[in-house]
Ligand binder design. Sequence first.
Ligand code: HAM
Length: 413
Amino acid sequence: MANKINVLKGTKDILPQDIEMWHFVEENALKVFSSFGVKEIRTPIIESTDLFQRGVGETTDIVNKEMYTFEKSERSITLRPENTAGVVRSYIENGMHRLPAPVKLWYKGPMFRYERPQAGRQRQFHQVGVEMFGVAQPAADAEIILMAENFLKSIGLDELDVEINSLGCPKCRAQFKENLKNVIRPYLNDLCEDCQSRFEKNPLRLLDCKVPTCQEIFAKPEIQEVITSNFLCEECTQHYEQLKNYLNELNVKYSENKHLVRGLDYYTRTVFEIKSNNLGSQNAVCGGGRYDNLVEELGGESTPAIGFAMGMERLISLLKEKEPSKIDGFVVSNNTTEALKLAQELRLQGFNIEIDLSNKKFTKQLEKASKVANFALILGEDEINNNKVSVKNLVTGEQVTVDKGNIRQSLMV
Ligand code: HAM
């Protein structure tokens, strides 16, 4: 026998027994996002590598360590590790700034990050996300968080924790970064390797380091004093306060987390995450925030924007398993031609119908019908001769014989 070929590490098949959960999540995404006037966009899975280098940022783990990048015809191409940069590229390239603001787009699909696989973390995973362009006011931030929450509630997830923070604008953040570096510098040699290498280029990321020895250092009073200080300028403070007012008015429960900094470089002002207690260490189901400079940085006109993305595998792992749904009818007959014809007629009327294709014994066919269908449509010799069908309700056991033309009513109950 030839060697078996297995699925790649960090990737998974989504099998037929699980697909209904995916459909359920995707259908609710369409419904809830449409209720906010958001339209779906589908961008390519491959993009120019520069898009992510410039968009996501050279100092991030995603760009430094995790991208699937390859050369083709002397171009460097990358499998998208996230989709904000791709949607921004499309927004600019398709002149969407000319549309009335806000332009609201949602997407779903696979993303690729070369990370160490573990529970809740894959190398190919799926996101559903929303991006909103053209509104700087905090009402957009409130609406985006509300949209994330409405969607999560629509799929039955209402016990999740919303955390928010403001990273300020590049101006007020610069001073904060300096203050942070100054208090942390004396402990630099005691920090983990990642923190040491991030210290100069991206000191904010130190705040979400999970290594216990680093956390101990960051808990020191003089460091906490800087972390918890209000470094936001007047405008950023007002923006953040107004967002909190809106969330309070909307009864969105949230907590503020000064350590919430997010792992992508493009954020300005509001950042947020939605977390679950039931997911172990990879507990974020949703991450998002404002990125007011990204459109301009990627060659478009200066346009404020905000969005979020959710990991679909993580969402689905939190949902209760569903019984796979059954088809409407299974034709039970030893006359394959008549069975094929009846099934086709009913499918054209909108029913989901299967038949036995290998002429098994009647009893075997009935057994199969009771596993997969709500009704058995029995076509014995008598029925065929009289142009009738016996319709057996496989839940109640009730059976009626009806004219072929009248099956519709019997299947509708
Ligand atoms: P992110 O925090 O990198 O943000 O990813 C968003 C969500 O995707 C995470 O909260 C998590 O649920 C899921 N996720 C990320 N990596 C993995 C993985 N390796 N395996 C399984 N699930 C994963 C972004 O991607 C931003 N583009 C979000 C955004 C949109 N910000 C503004 N607009």
